[in-house]
Write a protein that binds this ligand. Structure first.
Ligand code: COA
Length: 163
């Protein structure tokens, strides 16, 4: 099995949103109520918003045999990690780690001092393993449903080879 990481294009938008919907409804469902999952998964429908994220962020997909098995993104400044989702059939195979490493290298290349993210209950252990700390729990109100996540932050060491 060889895992390939590449930058996403807007042609990937339907594969990305399908993966998102499936991962939220099966993996995040373990930590959130049915109502919370419904509201969360609904954001897959706004295709224009996803296309805009793909076009404006450093947005990666991970592929195995041309199948998208994960995606991740960070803003251009490299200091805010927006997405990190792995296909529900490919969990715990190191795919998020490879995506994250590529994003972190990008952030260091952008000379970001830190990376923050709004991290789900489900993803918190992954981020803690990668050196993030919880700044505060957050309650996000979406369509009268409260979604809990955590504002997390990692301080980056400067890349001495580029200075
Ligand atoms: C969080 C997520 C991206 C991790 O993806 P993954 O590819 O399964 O993670 P990896 O295999 O790269 O994990 C690397 C290490 O992180 C840690 N880790 C990952 N998931 C973990 C979990 N559920 N519990 C404890 N540790 C975990 C482990 O140390 C793991 O190494 P190990 O498998 O050798 O023990 C994935 O579970 C996911 O898609 N979750 C749902 C979507 C989500 O909540 N995304 C974040 C939105 S903010």
């Amino acid at each position: 099995m060889s895992l390939n990481i590449r930058q996403a294009t807007t042609l990937d938008v339907y594969s990305i949103t399908e993966l998102f919907r499936n991962t939220v409804t099966s993996i995040n469902r373990q930590d959130y109520t049915k109502e919370e999952i419904q509201v969360w998964a609904e954001s897959a429908h706004n295709i224009a918003r996803w296309e805009q994220k793909i076009a404006t962020q450093y947005f990666l997909v991970a592929e195995i045999n041309a199948q998208i098995v994960g995606f991740a993104s960070i803003n251009q400044a490299g200091n805010y990690l927006d997405f990190l989702y792995v296909h529900h059939h490919f969990q715990r195979q190191g795919i998020a780690q490879k995506l994250y490493n590529t994003l972190e290298n990008y952030a260091i290349g952008q000379q970001a001092n830190e990376v923050t993210s709004n991290v789900s209950i489900t993803a918190r252990p992954f981020f803690e393993k990668n050196g993030f700390e919880v700044l505060q729990p957050q309650q996000n109100l979406r369509q009268q449903v409260v979604l809990v996540n955590f504002k997390m932050r990692k301080t980056l060491k400067p890349n001495l080879t580029t200075r």
